[in-house]
Design a protein around this ligand. Structure first.
Ligand code: 5GP
Ligand code: MG
Length: 180
C-alpha cells in the first residue's frame, strides 16, 4: 500500500487496503446474490461517492439486475421533522420493485434516513441498504443497514470514491485523516 498522501494541504494515512476492501465486497456481494437471485433487483446508487464501490459490488453480484443513480440534497443544520429529501434523477418506477440502495458512508445518517423514507412511500416490493462504511459514533438518525462493509471511527476518510473537496476519489484504497 502507498504511503501517506496529501490533498488540499491535509495529510492522510493508509487505513483500509485494496485487499481488505475486495474481501468485504466479495462477501457482501455473495450475500446479496443469495437474497436477490431471480428477483431482478434495482440498485439505486447514491452519487457521487458510491460510484466506485457500486461498480465493484454490482459486478461481483453477478445476477440479473438494473442500476440507476440518484443525488441527494444534503441537509444543513439540525434535523427538522417533515423535511423531504430532494431526489434528483430517480427516473425509475420503483413500485413493486426490489430495491437495493448503495451508499459509500453513513455518518450522521441524515441523508439516508430521509431518502429511505421517501422510497418507502413509493411502494416498492422491498428495500435494503448496503453501505461500505459506517461511523457508529456519528450516527444521529435511525438507519438500518442490511449489508455493511466496515464500522470505522469517527474520523474523515477518503479514497475508493470518497473525496476531500473533489480530490482523492480515484485512490484504490481508503485513507484516514492524520491527527495533527
Ligand atoms: P450523513 O447524511 O450520513 O451525515 O452523511 C453522509 C454523507 O456525508 C456521505 O454520503 C458522504 O458523502 C459524506 N461523508 C460523511 N463522512 C465522510 C468521510 O469521512 N469522508 C468523506 N469523503 N465523506 C463523508
Ligand atoms: Mg454518499
Amino acid at each position: 500500500m502507498k504511503k501517506n498522501i496529501t490533498a488540499h494541504g491535509l495529510s492522510f494515512e493508509p487505513f483500509i487496503s485494496e485487499a481488505e476492501i475486495n474481501t468485504r465486497v466479495e462477501a457482501l456481494s455473495s450475500q446479496i446474490r443469495q437474497q436477490y437471485e431471480g428477483k431482478q433487483p434495482l440498485f439505486i446508487v447514491v452519487l457521487n461517492g458510491a460510484f466506485v464501490f457500486a461498480a465493484d459490488l454490482i459486478r461481483a453480484c453477478d445476477i440479473a439486475c438494473e442500476v440507476t443513480f440518484v443525488r441527494l440534497a444534503s441537509y444543513e443544520g439540525t434535523a427538522s421533522t417533515g423535511k423531504v429529501a430532494t431526489v434528483l434523477g430517480l427516473d425509475f418506477d420503483v413500485k413493486n420493485r426490489h430495491l437495493i440502495v448503495v451508499e459509500d458512508i453513513v455518518d450522521s445518517g441524515r441523508t439516508l434516513y430521509h431518502f429511505m423514507g421517501e422510497l418507502k412511500k413509493k411502494e416498492p416490493a422491498s428495500i435494503s441498504l448496503v453501505a461500505l462504511l459506517l461511523k457508529p459514533d456519528a450516527l444521529q438518525f435511525s438507519v438500518k443497514i442490511d449489508y455493511l462493509g466496515f464500522e470505522i471511527p469517527n474520523k474523515f476518510v477518503v479514497g475508493y470514491g470518497l473525496d476531500y473537496n473533489g480530490l482523492c476519489r480515484n485512490l484504490p484504497s481508503i485513507y484516514q485523516l492524520k491527527d495533527r
